[in-house]
Design a protein. Structure first.
Length: 622
C-alpha cells in the first residue's frame, strides 16, 4: 500500500486514463462542526492505490502542498470513477478542493443491472469480483469515532496502517468494479447511467443548501399540535368519562369496545382487537366525536414526534434542514431521501421531506427567507398520462390531447352525470377509481383502498359495477395488463421506455399471491419509473437553466412529481413561467434526444409561487 509519496502518486495518476477516488471521513455531514476528511485515496491501476492523509495525526506533510497536488490531479480530464461519488464530491467541495468531473458511478451501474441486490461496495466486490468482505477491519474504529462525536469527546483516529489499507482497497475495488460493470450495461442502461450522473451533480447543490424553516414557525406549530392533543383528550373524557392514553392500544381498545360497546372490526396478529387507523375510520359513523378526537390526537402526535421536534434539532446555523438523496434507494427509480445525519451508523432523525403528507399544515413550515419566494412545480396526473401512453389507451389519449381532466371524465361516467354537473365529491371518488383500477386492482381490494385513502365507501356490488364501467370506458387497459403479464411470465422482468429494468423473480414463485404481486409490480413499475425520470429530467434542466442564466435561484429538490425551487422575489414570477415551459416542452424533447423515446401525449405542469409550501400562495400557473 502506498501513501503520502506525492511525486510518485502524481506521476502514476497523471498517466492513468481511468481513476477511482474515495474519501474516509469523520462523520457523514460535511457541514457538521466536527466533520473532517481523514484521507483521500486514488487508484489508476488495479492493485496500485494511493492514499493521501489529510486530517489524521499521522499526516506530516503541509496541507497546502498536499492540496496543490490533489487539485491539479482532480482538474485533469479523465474518466473519474467513484462508488456513490455524490457523497465524496459534496465533501470535497465543502472543504475547498477542486472537484473531479465525476462521470461514472459504480453504485448506479450496479443498481441498473440488478435493483434488488445490495449495492454497498463490499457486497458488489463479493458478487462481481469474488473479494471477501473487508468492512469489519474498520468497523470498530468507525464505531469509536461515532461514539466520540455523539459524546463530544476527542476523536480516536484509527491507526494509520488500518486506515490506509482500508481506504486504498476501497479505491482499488471501485476501479475494478468499473472495469467489470461497465461492459455489462446495455446501450439503454448506459444512457440511463449518464442521465443519473446529471441527477447526481444536481443533487450535490441541493444537499448542500437544504430547505429554509423558521425556528419560531416550528415551535408555534408544535405548540398548536400539543394544544390540539390536549383538547382531544378533554373531549374524549367529556364524552366517555374516561381519561384515556391514546398511545396505549389496550386503553384505546377498552375505550372503544368496553366503554362505548363498539363492534370489533379486526384483530391483530396477537388476537387482540385492532385499534389501527382503518378500524377507527370504519367505526367513525358510530361514535364520530370520539373517533375524530382520537384521529386528531394521532395526527398531531405524529407531526410533533416525526417532523417538528426532529426538524428543530437538525436546523443548521442558516435555519435550513438538509437532506441526503439516494438515487438508488427504490426499485422503481424514484429518489429516496432522509434527513442529513451527522455521523455514521445513525438512523435518520425524523421523517424526511419525501415522507411529508400532502397537507398544507405541516408543509407550511417549509418557507423562503426574506426577499425570496418558493416555486413549487408539479406535474399534473403524470402517472395516468404515462399509463395511457404505455397502454395506448385511445380514450385516455384523446382526453389528454383535448386538455380534458381525466378525473372529471371518469367521474362523469361513474356517476352517470354530464360533465358540467360533476361535483367536487364526484371527482374525488373518481380519483380513487382511476388510481385504484389503473394497475388492475380487484374490486375487493379497491373497497379498502378507496376507504383508507380517500374516505369513500363502496359496497361490493358498487365496486364491481364501477370496475366494469371503468374498463368499458378505457378499453385499452385490460389488454395492456394481459400483455405485460404475458411478457413478465416469459422473461421474469419488465423494462420502461427509457430502459429501466425491473427484475421480478417472484413471478416464478409457487406462491400464487407472490406471483400476483409480481404482475402488479410489472404493470406499475414502468409507469412509476417513467414518471420519476421525467420529473428528474425536469429538475436537472431547471438546475442547468438557472446556472446558465446565472439566476438568483436554487433548486431545493424533487418530491414525488414536484420540483421545488427558491428564488429572489424579483425573478420568481418570470422563472416560474420558464419552469413551466421546461417541464411541459423541453423535458419531452430532451427525453427524445437522450433516449430516443417520443412521448405521445402533452405534459402539463401546475406551478405555484408561494411564501410557504402548500399555503400562502401568491400565483398559480395552470
Amino acid at each position: 500500500m502506498r501513501y503520502t509519496n506525492l511525486d510518485e502518486m502524481y506521476k502514476a495518476i497523471s498517466r492513468a486514463e481511468r481513476v477511482a477516488f474515495d474519501l474516509e471521513t469523520v462523520g457523514l455531514d460535511p457541514q457538521f462542526s466536527r466533520a473532517s476528511i481523514m484521507c483521500i485515496s486514488l487508484c489508476g491501476e488495479p492493485g496500485k492505490p494511493y492514499v493521501v492523509l489529510w486530517d489524521h495525526p499521522a499526516n506530516k506533510l503541509p496541507k497546502d502542498e498536499v492540496k496543490v497536488v490533489l487539485d491539479e490531479l482532480f482538474a485533469q480530464e479523465k474518466v473519474w470513477i467513484a462508488q456513490n461519488g455524490k457523497f465524496d464530491c459534496v465533501w470535497l467541495r465543502q472543504f475547498g478542493f477542486t472537484v473531479p468531473a465525476h462521470s461514472h458511478d459504480t453504485i448506479i451501474m450496479a443498481h441498473l443491472l440488478d435493483e434488488n441486490q445490495p449495492k454497498n461496495v463490499e457486497s458488489l466486490a463479493s458478487r462481481y469480483l469474488g473479494v471477501p468482505d473487508w468492512s469489519q477491519a474498520m468497523a470498530g474504529h468507525f464505531n469509536a469515532i461515532n461514539k466520540a462525536l455523539r459524546e463530544g469527546k476527542s476523536i480516536p483516529y484509527p491507526p494509520v496502517e488500518d486506515l490506509v489499507t482500508y481506504a486504498g482497497r476501497d479505491a482499488d475495488i471501485e476501479l475494478q468494479l468499473f472495469n467489470k460493470l461497465r461492459p455489462k450495461l446495455d446501450p439503454s442502461q448506459r444512457r440511463l447511467h449518464d442521465f443519473l450522473m446529471d441527477v447526481s451533480w444536481t443533487l450535490e447543490e441541493v444537499e448542500a443548501l437544504g430547505v429554509y424553516m423558521r425556528l419560531e414557525d416550528l415551535e408555534q406549530l408544535e405548540k398548536d399540535m400539543e394544544e390540539r392533543m390536549e383538547r382531544a383528550l378533554d373531549l374524549i373524557e367529556e364524552r366517555t368519562g374516561v381519561r384515556v392514553n391514546p398511545n396505549s392500544p389496550q386503553q384505546v381498545a377498552s375505550l372503544l369496545f368496553d366503554t362505548l360497546k363498539l363492534p370489533v372490526v379486526d384483530i391483530t396478529d396477537t388476537d387482540a382487537p385492532s385499534t389501527g387507523q382503518h378500524t377507527l375510520k370504519v367505526l367513525r359513523k358510530k361514535a364520530p366525536e370520539v373517533i375524530d378526537a382520537l384521529l386528531s390526537y394521532r395526527k398531531a402526535k405524529k407531526y410533533v414526534g416525526s417532523y417538528l421536534k426532529p426538524w428543530k434539532s437538525l436546523l443548521n446555523d442558516k435555519s435550513r434542514l438538509r437532506s441526503s438523496f439516494n438515487i438508488t434507494g427504490t426499485v422503481t427509480g424514484r429518489l429516496s431521501c432522509q434527513n442529513q445525519s451527522p455521523w455514521r451508523g445513525t438512523k435518520s432523525v425524523g421523517m424526511s421531506l419525501h415522507q411529508v403528507p400532502r397537507d398544507g399544515e405541516i408543509r407550511s413550515v417549509v418557507t423562503a427567507p426574506s426577499g425570496r419566494l418558493l416555486i413549487v412545480a408539479d406535474y399534473s396526473q403524470i402517472e395516468l398520462r404515462v399509463a395511457a401512453a404505455l397502454a395506448n389507451e385511445e380514450r385516455m389519449i384523446e382526453a389528454y390531447r383535448k386538455g380534458e381532466d381525466l378525473h372529471m371524465l371518469t367521474a362523469s361516467v361513474v356517476s352517470g352525470k354530464p360533465l358540467d354537473e360533476v361535483t367536487k365529491e364526484d371527482r374525488s371518488k373518481a380519483k380513487a377509481v382511476n388510481f385504484g383500477f389503473l394497475y388492475g386492482m380487484g374490486h375487493r381490494t379497491f373497497i379498502d383502498y378507496a376507504f383508507d385513502n380517500y374516505g369513500i365507501e363502496f359496497s361490493e356490488a358498487e365496486a364491481k359495477q364501477v370496475r366494469n364501467q371503468y374498463f368499458r370506458l378505457y378499453k385499452g387497459l385490460l389488454p395492456w395488463h394481459r400483455k405485460v403479464e404475458d411478457f413478465v411470465r416469459r422473461h421474469g422482468f419488465i423494462r420502461s421506455p427509457l430502459g429501466r429494468v425491473r427484475n421480478l423473480p417472484d413471478i416464478h414463485s409457487p406462491d400464487p399471491s407472490l406471483q400476483h404481486s409480481a404482475v402488479r409490480q410489472a404493470i406499475n413499475s414502468p409507469v412509476q419509473a417513467t414518471a420519476s425520470d421525467f420529473t428528474l429530467m425536469a429538475m436537472v434542466l431547471v438546475h442547468e437553466y438557472i446556472l446558465r442564466q446565472s439566476l438568483p435561484a436554487n433548486v431545493l429538490g424533487q418530491v414525488h412529481d414536484s420540483v421545488l425551487v427558491e428564488a429572489d422575489e424579483d425573478f420568481a414570477y418570470s422563472l416560474a413561467e420558464d419552469i413551466k415551459d421546461i417541464m411541459e416542452n423541453e423535458v419531452p424533447l430532451e427525453v427524445y434526444h437522450r433516449f430516443g423515446y417520443r412521448f405521445p401525449l402533452p405534459l402539463a405542469a401546475e406551478v405555484e409561487i408561494c411564501r410557504r409550501w402548500g399555503s400562502d400562495i401568491l400565483k398559480v400557473l395552470a
